[in-house]
Design a binder for this molecule. Sequence first.
Ligand code: 5GP
Length: 112
Amino acid sequence: MTLFEKIIAREIPATILHEDELCIAFKDIKPGAPVHLLVVPRKPVPRVAAATADDQALLGHLLLTAGKIARDQGFAEDGFRVVINNGPHGGETVPHLHVHVLAGRPLQWPPG
Ligand code: 5GP
């Protein structure tokens, strides 16, 4: 079971902001910005590079959910960043696909 499956199963506590039949969104434990959320599919797809055509609708749903949360939480207009880390060079540390949503301050580009 991945760390995020344990959060989905309520075995590990998290501040959950959204939940539906396909995904869950909760606050990152080590926020990199005033708003730092993770949108996580219930299906434990390890990473983007491991996703298949079967996951097409799921991947779209994760982005649509990120946008909906941004509107609902009121940071869509100021702007936000969506990040998916993939593999060692991408900075992935949890092998369960997740979309980072960062907001609440101007963000630097390019990332380090
Ligand atoms: P990655 O580095 O794989 O792209 O992102 C993993 C994220 O999960 C990190 O930003 C990290 O802070 C977050 N994280 C790791 N462990 C926990 C945890 O137990 N609870 C929560 N809410 N976030 C976690």
